[in-house]
Write a protein that binds this ligand. Structure first.
Ligand code: 2NL
Length: 371
């Protein structure tokens, strides 16, 4: 009797003094394990007479329960102490400055593409994308340039040696127009889209790189006319260059995919050493700069795109994005765009926080807030 009580007192004392979970586990094994001292006492019950068992059974069972309770209580205490210690050690000072991290920058071409998307979104245009590896049907035939057309040769096309699945030739797209054709075929009319992205031509010198960037716009609707085209181009350039004195000059031209076709120039002046767009190019100190081409979509192209030209008309335009970026942000060498020189990127790149918005200004990011 007294032995059992003493055993219980001793066990509780040792359990209460266990310093960590490993020590506690060792004690559990010592008392309650297969060879444990309390387990051994429990086994003696089997060899007792009913009277002995009646007298000692409750005490032995009470001992086992007391040891179990003490182990559980100590485990709780040790675990909550460990959590308290962890919480005290892992404080986070939210007022500390952010650590210096090496930061990349947004390439001017990406920034200008974001600006384009923002400006045209406000005019109701969605952004369309498509494959850079095309077949010659989408890149040429559907744009009214059949096999024998001289414009095909003028495009300096990169061809793949493999034939296209449908039999034509595979190539790297020479302009974003195949995206417009695919979108017309997939979505039908009416349609307002811009298609910005990479295009490829086998041409390389100080002003040409084999990969460069263009954006094309396309509007298909009923009763669309040249007035809509002119307004759209003027509204775009005023928003892009952030000045109201942009003067456009429209000149007759030729593209197989538009009829009539129009090239457009913007007036600019030489203020000190910098080209600044704005003003009438015919005025003293001014000149015209060619920026792109446009026109009413050729009825043959509307047909190739699965639409009825008696019902639907449209206008389209194309612009060089790299050229637009150079004009706005003052770079003079196109080749630097594709060198990946981190010093150039640090200088001309943008912070990821400089999101062009119409309310905040599509170009404000570029002047004061470079990365
Ligand atoms: C330029 C001239 C142009 C188009 C692109 C186009 C697309 C379709 C139908 C008709 Cl699907 N036209 N695109 C039209 C006129 C000119 O680009 O100088 N680009 C840099």
């Amino acid at each position: 009797m007294a032995d059992i009580e003493q055993m219980g007192a001793e066990a509780r004392a040792r359990i209460g003094a266990a310093g960590d979970l490993a020590a506690l586990e060792a004690l559990r094994v010592e008392f309650l394990g297969k060879q444990g001292s309390v387990s051994a006492l429990l086994k003696t019950l089997g060899g007792m007479t009913p009277e002995e068992r009646q007298a000692q059974g409750p005490q032995i069972h009470a001992l086992r329960e007391a040891v179990q309770d003490a182990l559980a209580a100590r485990k709780d205490a040790l675990e909550s102490a460990a959590l308290e210690a962890q919480l005290a050690a892992e404080t986070l000072d939210l007022s500390l400055p952010a650590p210096h991290a090496p930061a990349g920058s947004v390439h001017p071409v990406s920034q200008v593409m974001d600006e384009l998307a923002e400006i045209f979104a406000d005019l109701g245009f969605a952004v369309a994308t498509g494959p850079e590896i095309e077949d010659d049907w989408y890149n040429f035939t559907a744009l009214n340039m059949p096999e024998s057309h001289p414009a095909r040769a003028m495009h300096d096309t990169f061809y793949f040696p493999q034939a296209a699945p449908k039999g034509g030739r595979m190539l790297l797209r020479t302009h974003p127009s195949p995206v417009q054709v695919r979108t017309m075929l997939e979505q039908g009319a009416p349609l307002r889209i811009i298609a910005p992205g990479r295009v490829y031509r086998s041409d390389s010198d100080a002003t040409h790189t084999p990969m460069f960037h263009q954006v094309e716009g396309l509007v298909i609707d009923r009763d669309v006319h040249l007035g809509h085209l002119k307004w759209t181009l003027e509204t775009f350039f005023k928003a892009y260059f952030e000045r109201d004195d942009i003067v456009l000059r429209l000149r007759p031209s030729y593209f197989p995919f538009t009829e009539p076709s129009i090239e457009f120039d913007v007036g600019y002046s030489r203020e000190t050493d910098r080209r600044v767009v704005g003003g009438n190019g015919d005025d003293p100190g001014h000149a015209w700069m060619e920026l792109g081409g446009s026109g009413m979509v050729n009825a043959r192209v509307i047909e190739f795109a699965g639409l009825d030209p008696a019902e639907w008309q449209g206008f389209a335009f194309g612009l060089g994005i790299d050229r637009l970026a150079m004009l706005k942000y003052g770079m003079n060498d196109l080749r630097a765009f594709f060198d990946g020189d981190v010093r150039w990127l640090r200088h001309y790149g943008f912070s990821a926080f400089d999101q062009p918005t119409l309310s905040g200004g599509v170009g404000a990011a570029g002047v004061g807030a470079r990365a």
